[in-house]
Structure formats: structure tokens, C-alpha cells
Design a protein around this ligand. Structure first.
Ligand code: PEP
Length: 258
């Protein structure tokens, strides 16, 4: 039996302006059959307003894809956690590999964002993952250990309960290459063990650990059935209503059948 509620999050990245966002959301809503799982759409900032209207009356939650840790100030182009809180955002992706790779995001800035989000009552979706080179050099566990422990520095036992961790091997993101269910589960379990070491068994038993990296309707069932995989962070497939809702419905079936 699945111990934890499956959480599926879509990451739209830099896709869909407000018009497309509204259309896609309406299509997604019309195709979702079941409601046993939790699902979140992490959308571009400019879509948030229209999305509130589109998701009204549904159990879809909204998330952002980034934030700044300061409340306000001279940070051109940034959006603060406080601003997100003020417009009712409940989730924010932090430390996505694309932000680490293209926008110089470091473990230190990831940690500041996590702390700031938690202080404001926004749930972070913390992304961690290794490159292909690191995996081939047998460094996956070291990389994951460093990313997780540094991101969670000074996060206390109460706050950690609001964090979702997404294991996203960089070599599987947007590449069509998926980690095998065994590979993905092994690292998700390893992350749970790190959380156990840091916060104890009760918390590690309950924390949501997602897998992300080319999840699609064909591989979702095997991935989401693994004991330590509690959901998916989904990029490409979240842009297609058909694919995204198929994954949601698969997750929902797993929850009901087990
Ligand atoms: C992601 O953006 O977090 C992701 C997993 O993308 P994709 O599903 O396209 O690999």
C-alpha cells in the first residue's frame, strides 16, 4: 500500500502566456476524473492571476517556479516570496537544475530561498539531482547528500514537514531519457534516509519525495508504484493536457488500488 498521498506537479517552465494558460488549464480540468491525489501547476508569474479564475472550484493548487529570498528592494527582474504569498501562491519550485545551470543558483541561494519560503508559509519543492558525468563517476550519492543537506540547513523539524523534495537526475530532464524505476527509487530512498538522519524516522516516513525526468503516460505507472517515489515533477508532459491528465489518472488509480 502507498504510505503517502501521491503529489503530481507540472512545471510549465517558460511556456504559455495567460491565454494559453487558461485554455490548457480548462482542458486539464475537463479531463481529470479522480480526486484521490494532490496536483499542482507551477506556472510563469504572469499566468498566476488568470489561473486563479481558471482553477476556481477545483482542487488544483498553484505554484511558482522561482522566488527571491529578500522581501523587496533593488533586485531587478525578481519576485519575492512575500509577493507570492500576497497573491496566494502555495508552492514554489526551488533549485531546479535549469536555474542552477543557467542562472548560477547555488546551494547557498537555494537554502536562503527555502528558508524564506517556509517563513512565509509557502511550500518549497526542492529539486536535487546529479549530472550524467557525476553518475558515471559514481558520485551520485555524494552530490545528492550535499545538495539536500545544504538546502535544508537551519530548516527545523516543524518546517521540514512542508517541504517536498524532487529527485531530478539532470540527464533525464527534457531529454526523453528516464531513470529506470529502480534507479529512481534507489535515490529517492537515499534521500529519505538523509532526511531520517537529519530529522528522524517519523518525518522521513511522511516527507513527499517526487521523481522528475521525462515522466510520461508510458512510464508513469512503474515509476509511481515504487515504494519511495511519492509523485512526479513533470515538465514536457505537463504542457499537453492529454499526457498530464493521463499521468494524474494513473497516479489516482495507484492510490485507489493499493
Ligand atoms: C522538469 O522540468 O522538472 C522536468 C522533469 O522536465 P521533463 O519532464 O520535461 O523532463
Amino acid at each position: 500500500m502507498k504510505k503517502r498521498t501521491i503529489v503530481i506537479a507540472g512545471n510549465w517552465k517558460m511556456n504559455n502566456g495567460p491565454k494559453e494558460a487558461e485554455m490548457l488549464t480548462k482542458e486539464i480540468i475537463s479531463k481529470i476524473k479522480n480526486k484521490n491525489i494532490k496536483y499542482i501547476l507551477c506556472v510563469p508569474f504572469i499566468d498566476i492571476d488568470i489561473m486563479y479564475k481558471a482553477i476556481n472550484g477545483t482542487n488544483i493548487k498553484l505554484g511558482a517556479q522561482n522566488c527571491h529570498w529578500e522581501k523587496s528592494g533593488a533586485f531587478t527582474g525578481e519576485i519575492s516570496v512575500d509577493m507570492l504569498k500576497n497573491i496566494g501562491i502555495e508552492y514554489v519550485i526551488i533549485g531546479h537544475s535549469e536555474r542552477r545551470q543557467y542562472f548560477n543558483e547555488t546551494d547557498e541561494s537555494v537554502n536562503k530561498k527555502i528558508i524564506s519560503a517556509l517563513n512565509q508559509g509557502i511550500n518549497p519543492i526542492l529539486c536535487v539531482g546529479e549530472t550524467l558525468k557525476e553518475r558515471e563517476a559514481d558520485k551520485t550519492n555524494d552530490v545528492i547528500y550535499n545538495q539536500v543537506t545544504k538546502a535544508l540547513e537551519n530548516v527545523d523539524k516543524e518546517s521540514i514537514k512542508n517541504v517536498i523534495i524532487a529527485y531530478e537526475p539532470i540527464w533525464a530532464i527534457g531529454t526523453g531519457k528516464t531513470a529506470t524505476p529502480m534507479q529512481a527509487n534507489e535515490i529517492c530512498k537515499y534521500i529519505r534516509d538523509i532526511v531520517k538522519k537529519l530529522y528522524g524516522e517519523n518525518i522521513s516516513d511522511n516527507i513527499i519525495i517526487q521523481y522528475g525526468g521525462s515522466m510520461n503516460p508510458s512510464n508513469a505507472e512503474k515509476l509511481l508504484s515504487q515504494d519511495d517515489i511519492d509523485g512526479g515533477l513533470i515538465g514536457g508532459a505537463s504542457l499537453k493536457a492529454d499526457d498530464f491528465t493521463k499521468i494524474i489518472n494513473i497516479a489516482d488509480n495507484i492510490t485507489r488500488n493499493e
